[in-house]
Design a protein around this ligand. Structure first.
Ligand code: PGA
Length: 257
């Protein structure tokens, strides 16, 4: 929809080294199409946030993190708080990525606490939801996504949710080269928007950006972005090369143009 500005975010996961992260951030910053009507962000690994932050400062590329804890500080070895992320220049944070749900055994309750902590710190929160392959085959996609949404967003109605973004990432499409078809993704995005409409009201449902994630590439971005409820993408593998990522950014803008 025209009144939602598209957003493309690169999730660098556990890739790159410090010099590579700095270089990639600089290339994306310098290669952004001037005046493009699309928001762009990158999420480097924690140790490189401080290195990438000055590279992006004052540019149109936002800095994000890949996770954050719900407490502001305390005895939580190995964790990083939302306040710390703000302190190093982050304006957004990914929460509930399927790799954290699966390998970090994150629960819906923990994800909900993180979402609230991130929003309370004024961060844009990119909440990831999505079903596994067997769940899709069993026909329970909507039930799974609804459970993830209610775990993460229950109790948010009275809070400021201005920074909320949802990323629909079918687990079977992440890093596999198997992208959801635009029609299938649109169906899930529409379901998510309807769910938000029912729980959080029509203003929020109209404003919230819903990104697609899962093997997004320059050659499939445009058709996805043409779908009415797909407002951009969360990009993993294809975000590690500036030229391909910038191409995805251009295709996202073109799809909404
Ligand atoms: P992918 O990852 O683009 O490599 O499939 C997407 C993600 O995990 O956010």
């Amino acid at each position: 929809m025209k009144d939602r500005r598209p957003l493309v975010v690169g999730n660098w996961k556990m890739h790159l080294d410090g010099a590579g992260a700095e270089r990639l951030a600089g290339e994306i910053r310098d290669g952004l199409p001037p005046g493009a009507s699309v928001d762009v962000g990158v999420c480097p690994p924690f140790p490189y946030l401080c290195r990438v932050s000055p590279v992006l400062k004052g540019s149109a590329v936002a800095l994000g993190a890949q996770d954050g804890h719900w407490e502001q500080q305390g005895p939580f070895t190995g964790w990083v708080s939302m306040a710390m992320l703000v302190d190093v220049g982050c304006s957004s944070v990914i929460i509930g990525h399927s790799e954290r749900r699966q390998f970090g055994r994150e629960t819906d309750d923990e994800i909900g606490r993180k979402v609230r902590a991130g929003l309370d710190q004024g961060l844009g929160v990119i909440l990831c939801v999505g079903e596994t392959g067997p769940e899709r085959d069993a026909g329970v996609t909507e039930a799974i996504v609804a459970r993830q949404l209610s775990g993460a967003l229950e109790g948010l109605a009275s809070r400021g949710i201005r920074g909320l973004v949802v990323a629909y990432e079918p687990v079977w499409a992440i890093g596999t080269g198997k992208t959801a078809t635009p029609a299938l993704a649109q169906e899930a995005h529409q379901f998510i928007r309807q769910w938000i409409l029912g729980r959080l009201g029509s203003d929020v449902a109209q404003q919230v950006r819903i990104l697609y994630g899962g093997s997004v590439k320059p050659d499939n971005m445009r058709a996805l972005a043409e779908m009415p409820d797909i407002d951009g993408a969360l990009v993993g593998g294809a975000s590690l090369q500036a030229s391909g990522f910038l191409d995805i950014v251009r295709q996202a803008a073109a799809g909404k143009g």
